[in-house]
Design a protein around this ligand. Sequence first.
Ligand code: ZN
Length: 372
Amino acid sequence: MAVKKTRRDLQHHEHFMSRCLQLARKGAGYVSPNPMVGSVLVVDNRIVGEGFHQRFGGPHAEVNAIACVDDEALLPRSTLYVNLEPCSHHGKTPPCSDLIIQKKIPRVVVACRDPHKKVAGKGIAKLRKAGVEVIEGILEKEALKLNEAFVKSHVKNMPFVALKLAQTLDGKIATVTGRSKWITGKEARRHVHSLRSCYDAVLTGSATVLADDPRLTVRHTMGRNPLRVVLDRTLQLPHTAKIFNGDAPTLLFTSVGSSDTMKLDLLQKNGVEVVHINEKQNGLDLEEVLSVLHAKGILSVFVEAGSRLSASLLRSMLVDKVYIYIAPKLFGGDGLDSFAPLDVHTPDKAFHFHFEAPFFFGEDILLEAYMQ
Ligand SMILES: [Zn+2]
């Protein structure tokens, strides 16, 4: 419903919705496959209660915000702000829209609708039917970005895929001798760990494991380890690689043709789950990899790979965004390029992105760019 909003009204709503988004972010890394949601209750321009969805299976943001109001008599005079449409179905908790109606909250301000097919407008419709005024679309763009992985997963039935690269000013990810430690500084590397903790899975290829032997766990910041996913078409990786060290759940994709039972046994003894999938164009079928991850409830994948896997994902049109950390250094033309050939023959066929605002980490720059 289009509600005419004055500029002052809008600023007022945006102010409280920003607080919802700030609260929602506190759930990053803990709520997936649920969305990040924050909620505040406002009476006479004052926040009287606030809450957020803290962990998967726990109470929803609206429930926590309502529970935090000392005087229940305030609720029928309050406005509830929430960055995602209140739910209308019985999941692990009762529907929030029922609670809002039951507590006689007269007005709800929502940033965006819930794409989950069990909700998708039904929560808002239920509230309106019960006489609750609902205002939609406040900071919608920001709210959709916050839950971009949740939204993509429900709309496209595929995980949200982000590529991460650390490169020099001239687009190199390693020197002529293949060395890459370290291109960026400590601050940028710590930021990588915090991003990693916000994704459900971190994906790499066998070339990166052989070259760098990474652990791909979260160490330089607080946060939980994502599922480690390794693509090893021919089972060439040694079972002693650090990525198989048992510090975090690990999943290995290999070809349906891989039958080295001794290697498979060793990996399984290390607690590594092995999934055999089809090959496509001299590599594993990347779309199948992502479909399997989606079926396992993985909403988002953070790719920390070499130039070939990054290029293959791009060529398969499976990338949603890139995080490129750029160090103010040059390795020159004999260094290793960030991307293997992409078969771009004319500029109009380039892979095209749009930038978000850049960030500085020490002397390095982070550019976040979305695929167009
Ligand atoms: Zn809910």
